[in-house]
Ligand binder design. Structure first.
Ligand SMILES: C[S@@+](CC[C@H](N)C(=O)[O-])C[C@H]1O[C@@H](n2cnc3c(N)ncnc32)[C@H](O)[C@@H]1O
Length: 359
């Protein structure tokens, strides 16, 4: 069977060509339709090179008619050989996605140019702040002597963010030589009803951002979903899962109430965290300091002396909110949603440096 993570890229010869167009324009990491026969053998591919010249006539054609059957592919093998062969192909040809096939010609994996050259290209990727946050967190953790860490997305919704986080974790794991476990927390049924003004009722209503749990599960490799109210699951998660030390956290829950529960989890034993946890707060750019994540961070810092989240304040960005800013402005602005949770009494907080030479 073709792996479930690839099913969204698979079309058949009689699939209308517009469906391939949909794959190519909406799949940000692997914009390639895989045309498979009835035995699940890969017989052609459709990328932007096949779609663009005939865009206006697509409606009359099917995938079998427009696919490229003389396509580049890689045979499944060791990671090292896949990476080096892919790098050579991407350097030579104008391709961005390569299918990897097994001995029966069945597609088993897709490989992107962004993977082959991750370190140089991650800043152009969707959810690049996940790539950036996790890469710096992994490098820091490795330097502190960790060989395995965890990363968490609080607030998963349809799963776009978690899917990206998991794929980036895989690349970063290889680059930083560290194992990375990925967790996603969500109610599964969208936002709860706002409790009071602090949960931003001017923006949100109950049921916003529902999740298709089984649909998402089938697109994940090893990432674990923790389904339930974050106000409850954060109380038991560390005991139940005994995760590797947590190094990167994304908070994207929109409401104040679950954010306070997430921050309370930071107060548990140091063994569950690296000394400085990298954090991304999605909603600090568009909420004022009396509501949502921004208020929760302010109160957390006021309550705790030796565990602090910094920088505390993030400017409400009116330009971003009210202008048609370019994608690059948007990306830069999102970097200012990164924060660091420092655990001053963590046994590994103090530098390991023994010489007075500053590196
Ligand atoms: C904006 S969406 C997340 C989007 C996601 N990070 C992405 O980029 O694709 C917010 C999510 O937070 C979840 N959420 C909010 N409050 C929650 C709570 N108390 N418990 C569990 N999930 C919660 C909602 O179910 C919703 O899916």
């Amino acid at each position: 069977m073709i792996p479930s993570q690839l099913q969204r890229n698979v079309v058949r010869t009689d699939t209308p060509a517009v469906y391939a167009h949909y794959i190519v324009t909406t799949n940000s990491l692997y914009p390639l339709a895989l045309v498979c026969d009835e035995k699940d053998r890969l017989i052609g591919v459709i990328g932007s090179g096949e779609i663009n010249p005939i865009k206006n006539d697509l409606i009359y054609q099917n995938c079998g008619e427009i696919c490229n059957s003389n396509f580049c592919f890689l045979e499944n093998g060791s990671e090292a050989s896949i990476y080096s062969k892919a790098r050579n192909i991407f350097a030579e040809k104008q391709l961005i996605t390569l299918p990897i096939i097994d001995e029966n010609k069945m597609p088993v994996r897709l490989f992107g140019k962004w993977q082959a050259f991750f370190r140089e290209s991650y800043k152009d990727l969707p959810y690049f702040f996940y790539a950036h946050g996790l890469l710096s967190a992994a490098k820091y953790a490795k330097k502190q002597g960790y060989n395995r860490i965890s990363t968490i997305e609080f607030g998963v919704a349809g799963g776009r963010g978690l899917i990206h986080m998991e794929l980036y974790a895989r690349e970063i794991s290889r680059l930083a030589n560290i194992e990375i476990d990925v967790y996603g927390f969500d109610s599964g049924k969208g936002l709860y009803s706002p409790r009071d003004y602090r949960d931003c009722p001017q923006e949100w209503i109950e049921g916003d951002f529902k999740m298709n749990i089984n649909g998402l599960q089938s697109q994940l490799y090893k990432a674990k979903l923790v389904i339930g109210d974050i106000c409850e699951s954060t109380k038991t998660f560390l005991d139940r899962f005994n995760p590797a030390p947590i190094a990167f956290i994304s908070v994207d829950v929109d409401h104040y109430t679950p954010t306070t529960a997430i921050l309370d989890m930071l107060l548990q034993d140091h063994k569950y965290y690296v000394p400085v946890v990298t954090m991304y707060f999605d909603d600090v750019l568009d909420t004022m300091e009396f509501q949502g994540e921004t208020l929760a961070i302010k109160e957390f810092n006021a309550r705790n002396e030796t565990i602090k989240i910094s920088p505390e304040h993030t400017r409400f960005d009116e330009i971003w909110m009210h202008s048609e800013s370019s994608i690059n402005d948007w990306k830069n602005i999102h970097l200012s949603a990164m924060k660091w949770c420092s655990r001053f009494e963590h046994p590994l907080y103090t530098t390991k440096r023994t010489s007075n030479e500053i590196l």
